[in-house]
Structure formats: structure tokens, C-alpha cells
Design a protein around this ligand. Structure first.
Ligand code: ZN
Length: 163
């Protein structure tokens, strides 16, 4: 039983939103090279940088642009510029871990932008970017109806293989 549960959990991961594709990541890296400097440096490490699904690309793109606008307004540069450590899914929603110099007068503003985006992710399908809802059946996720049906169909097939 334990083994079956573990296998189903690993399938959940398999049929989850997966990693953001290269094209989307490259667009973020090219347009916001300062914000993503660490992610760019560690591109070959799969679990590093941006590890959520494509559905949150637009959300992350807009957040990046907002961070950039604030940073430019107060002329931040070098290590004083916010730096993305990891953008991932946790308990269904986006977690955007960004290193911010707390002596920075705009630090609070950055944190507000991040919190706002994380909250918005709670109603955006992590797979496709359409409006989605929070689902928790032991595995928490944000999905639209179509992506959820797709996951369920794949899981039924996967469970069939386990019997
Ligand atoms: Zn979807």
C-alpha cells in the first residue's frame, strides 16, 4: 500500500505543471538580466531558478517588469539590485524567493509586489495560465477545468498500470 501511495504521488509530480520551458525562461533572462543574474549563472541546474509551470509565465513576467521599474526609479545596481533565487510552486501557489537588500528604501515595496503576484497565482492555472481554482486532494494545485480533467484522465491510466 505504502508503495502504491508513493507511486501515485510520483505520478502526480509527473503529471504536474512541470518546469517552465526554455523559451519562456530565456525571455525572462534576456529582458531582466539583473533580476535573474543568479538563475542565469546556474541555468544548467534544473531545480534552480524558475521551476514552476508555464501557466505562471505572464504573472512572473509582469512581476519582473514591476520590480525593474521600481529598481530603476531609485537607480539600484550591482548587489543592491533584487536577485531571484527561486520561483517555484508550493502548496499550490507561487513562491517567488528574491534576495533584497533590506537597507534598500524600496525593500518593502518589492516585498509587496512579490506578495501581490503570489496571491494572484492562486487563481491562475499553473499549467496553461487560464483562470484556475485551488484543488486539494492531498496534492495541492491551481488548475483550470480542462487541465484538471487532463490530469485526472492521465492518473486513471497510470493507476490502471499499478493494479
Ligand atoms: Zn489550465
Amino acid at each position: 500500500m505504502q508503495q502504491v501511495v508513493a507511486q501515485i504521488q510520483s505520478q502526480h509530480r509527473l503529471y504536474g505543471a512541470g518546469f517552465m520551458n526554455k523559451e519562456n525562461k530565456q525571455r525572462l533572462f534576456l529582458e531582466f538580466p539583473q533580476l535573474y543574474r543568479e538563475a542565469i549563472r546556474h541555468q544548467s541546474i534544473l531545480s534552480y531558478g524558475i521551476t514552476c509551470g508555464n501557466g505562471w509565465f505572464q504573472l512572473i513576467y509582469e512581476l519582473s517588469r514591476e520590480i525593474e521599474q521600481v529598481a530603476e526609479k531609485v537607480s539600484l545596481e550591482g548587489e543592491g539590485y533584487p536577485c531571484l533565487i527561486r520561483a517555484k510552486e508550493k502548496y499550490g501557489s507561487l513562491r517567488y524567493h528574491v534576495r533584497i537588500d533590506e537597507r534598500n528604501p524600496t525593500a518593502k515595496h518589492f516585498m509587496e509586489l512579490v506578495r501581490e503576484a503570489e496571491n494572484k497565482s492562486k487563481s491562475i492555472c499553473e499549467t496553461c495560465g487560464k483562470p484556475g481554482a485551488f484543488i486539494d486532494d492531498g496534492w495541492m494545485r491551481i488548475r483550470c477545468e480542462i487541465c484538471e480533467e487532463d490530469i485526472q484522465a492521465r492518473n486513471v491510466i497510470a493507476r490502471g498500470f499499478l493494479d
